[in-house]
Ligand binder design. Sequence first.
Ligand code: THU
Length: 131
Amino acid sequence: MTPQALIELAKEAMHHAYAPYSGFQVGAALLCADGSVYQGCNIENAAYSPTNCAERTAFFRAVYDGHREFTALAVCGGKDGIITGFCPPCGVCRQVMREFCREDFSVYIAGPEGQYQTRTLAQLLPDSFTL
Ligand code: THU
């Protein structure tokens, strides 16, 4: 699957966001080693801290279904679902990625007008902690 195709699935997922507090909608699409794709959106909460990011929603859905090997993730986000800039994964999501992914795991961060940045997990979370 191309980065562009994965990004399209992240954009579709963004419109599933439950974001009544920030209005900032985020979508993610996670490519598993077997070629299957899991989409995720952010799910906010009135108490704020229980909010789950789009990336973690995608990972948790996939892990629940038995997946443990992952190739790439696309992410995008914007106020009211309009992408005006890049939306890199937060630190918590980076650590969740580290639990399941090698350092060469690819993250495609979509921006406006079809632009995207490519980062490896090693770039996003250097010297990271695993047991
Ligand atoms: N958010 C994500 O879903 N992923 C990120 O990587 C950054 C932030 C969500 C959390 C919250 O619902 C909203 O974006 C604003 O922070």
